[in-house]
Design a binder for this molecule. Sequence first.
Ligand SMILES: NC(=O)c1ccc[n+]([C@@H]2O[C@H](COP(=O)([O-])OP(=O)(O)OC[C@H]3O[C@@H](n4cnc5c(N)ncnc54)[C@H](O)[C@@H]3O)[C@@H](O)[C@H]2O)c1
Ligand SMILES: O=C(O)C[C@H](O)C(=O)O
Length: 329
Amino acid sequence: MKITVLGAAGGIGQSVSLLLKMKLPAGFKLALYDIAPVTPGIGVDLSHIPTDVAVKGFTGNDLPLALEGSNVVVICAGIARKPGMHRSDLFKFNAGVIRDLIATGAAICPNACFCIITNPVNSMVPVAAEVLKKAGVYNPQKLFGVTMLDVIRAETFVAKFLDRAAGTIRVNVIGGHSGQTILPVMSQVGGFEFTDEEAAALVRHIQDAGTEVVDAKAGNGSATLAMAAAGYRFINAVVRGLMDEENVIECAYVEGGSQHSRFFSQPMRLGKEGWYKVLPYGPLTQAEKASLEAMLPTLRDEIRMGEDFILKPELFQDQPAEAGKAEKK
Ligand SMILES: NC(=O)c1ccc[n+]([C@@H]2O[C@H](COP(=O)([O-])OP(=O)(O)OC[C@H]3O[C@@H](n4cnc5c(N)ncnc54)[C@H](O)[C@@H]3O)[C@@H](O)[C@H]2O)c1
Ligand SMILES: O=C(O)C[C@H](O)C(=O)O
């Protein structure tokens, strides 16, 4: 099996590539691509780690070589937030990056699973879907927005709050990956009932965690290391599904599993052909139902923006590639 990381020279790209090189099963191939000319060197560097995962870095015009024969394509290419920015401020620049990378993926490895980390995830996945559709190769079961970072944050913060060992708590996070569209389902955390105030404080922390990192890094990027850990957990789940392991369940942002919006994040079973069954996340409390209803207009607008970028490109011609609004809480 072959995994390709696009944006592999970046903060997430290098860290997730290290995890993949160290943890993928023997016999796997790992291809790294980035426009940064250092990428072949990153491949050489990683190749000195004693695991039986063959790794090679590509740059420039060699994107097709990096994608050739790929089963899983991980995309973390593009720009990241600086303090004061909303994820949607990355839209125009990153939408162009996703459009071009996915177009090549559609031509070279149309049957791969495409896992999109690049922000704003809520809009980048619809961009990718429309490009794949135009190319006649769209399979909704193989296109994922990676929302796993919200899940690992939720699991970390809740375990700490409950004074439980890290890694012993499971939390589903539904919706999308920006501000109020991130909805951790606190009412379904096994074995504990939060008060409304406790649940609201934990939800706020999870929703604001990306901004917390952006502010703490003070202009030098956003989350990379926790994202790499989350990315590895998700890619590993996709791979285990492709290898026909049973009962592989994670949350991801996909098309076709929800009545709420065209794309929606929720728990799902992964298998030989990508995800194949979304799973219930349990009954929501009144407060959670209200939060879900409140997020839907934003989520649907962010989805429409991604679709329009491909279907109505004229709408975007006069916009600057990067604006600078404050992140909405
Ligand atoms: N889904 C999530 O939960 C999540 C979490 C953290 C960050 N992100 C997003 O991931 C993206 C990457 O973040 P980062 O911190 O690694 O950024 P980074 O700037 O460190 O790395 C981005 C890399 O992309 C490369 N790149 C740019 N255009 C490219 C292209 N056309 N082809 C190939 N490579 C290209 C750059 O050269 C750079 O190496 C950002 O959009 C960020 O907002 C998402
Ligand atoms: O917040 C960001 O811009 C990066 C990422 O989406 C995160 O949640 O950390």
